[in-house]
Design a protein. Structure first.
Length: 309
């Protein structure tokens, strides 16, 4: 009976639930703003900001106001973009197992409220970034436009290159972090952008392989849906291979970082090549997905650790 009651409550709008509390409300909002994506992107944003302070000779504790406005603003524009994404995708999310319980699908939050939440978060987030530098705010808006319009509204439903286009938005956060401290061109944020850009296709294509039938049912032309697993695996390996030279452009971070980054890249490439031998494609895709998550966390945390004075 308890499970039945819980299931029934998930279809009732939050404001009409008799026992709605802060915890349940936050759970629904977290799903709308995709809190996991917000958290992971804040890691890369912070790393970009931290490295900018390091290379510019600035002290972290003396720039706490910049840190606050950067992370707060970045979190809000990412959350806002995800909210708008949820609003737009509500017509196909019910077709996929991993998205069918989103509040915009179950009806626990009215779609228009999700849209307005997204718009408000993006607006406040942009204003927060403006408290740092104009460049940071501009990069933030580039990420929003790319994710909402170029990815969600255009390429996601029409082209297999949707993953590549979406990677542009996902690679912006470390650039925002750097630009909040130093708005001028520097090779480090450019390399951080390339690292994130090249990391995302093999990461999301691994997920697309795991969820291939769900994407097919939703009519989303992901690469494994349109061209099959063999083509997908070849492209994933190529993307991973392109990561190999990038750490050497960050040689100023020292030998320990270069060693860690190179080992991570070689390990990922070996795992990728193993995909041509293994018979269980879905099992391999799971390994690639898990490796990619650990890869990103270790790599960006290592950048911070090796530059602690």
């Amino acid at each position: 009976m308890a499970n039945l009651k819980a299931a029934q409550e998930t279809t009732i709008p939050l404001e009409e639930r008799p026992h709605a509390n802060i915890k349940s409300v936050w759970k629904e909002i977290s799903a709308v703003i995709k809190i996991g994506i917000v958290h992971s992107n804040l890691i890369t944003t912070f790393t970009g900001l931290w490295l900018a302070l390091h290379f510019m000779g600035e002290k972290f504790l003396e720039n706490l106001h910049v840190v606050f406005f950067t992370l707060f603003g970045s979190a809000l524009i990412i959350a806002g973009s995800c909210s708008v994404n949820n609003y737009i995708d509500r017509d196909i999310d019910h077709l996929m197992e991993r998205t069918k319980n989103r509040p915009t699908v179950t009806g626990t939050i009215e779609p228009k409220r999700v849209l307005w939440l997204g718009i408000i978060l993006i607006t406040v987030g942009t204003l927060s970034l403006l408290m740092t530098t104009v460049a940071a705010a501009i990069f933030g808006l580039i990420g929003v436009v790319t994710y909402v319009f170029l990815y969600t509204m255009w390429t996601k439903r029409n082209y297999t290159l949707n993953t590549v286009v979406g990677s542009i938005a996902g690679a912006i956060p470390p650039v925002i972090g750097w630009a909040a401290v130093d708005p001028h061109f520097h090779v480090v944020p450019f390399i951080l952008f390339l690292l994130m850009f090249l990391w995302q296709p093999p990461h999301f294509l691994a997920l697309a392989m795991k969820r291939c039938e769900e994407y097919r049912a939703a009519g989303i032309p992901m690469l494994p849906v349109v061209h099959g697993f063999a083509m997908t695996k070849r492209q994933m390996v190529i993307w991973v291979a392109c990561l190999l030279p990038l750490p050497f452009y960050l040689f100023s971070l020292g030998t320990p970082f270069l060693t860690i980054a190179t080992l991570l890249n070689v390990g990922w490439l070996i795992l990728g090549l193993y995909g041509f031998k293994i018979k269980d494609d879905l099992k391999w895709a799971k390994w690639m997905f898990v490796y990619s998550l650990n890869y990103l966390t270790i790599l960006f945390v290592a950048m911070v650790i090796v530059t602690i004075d």
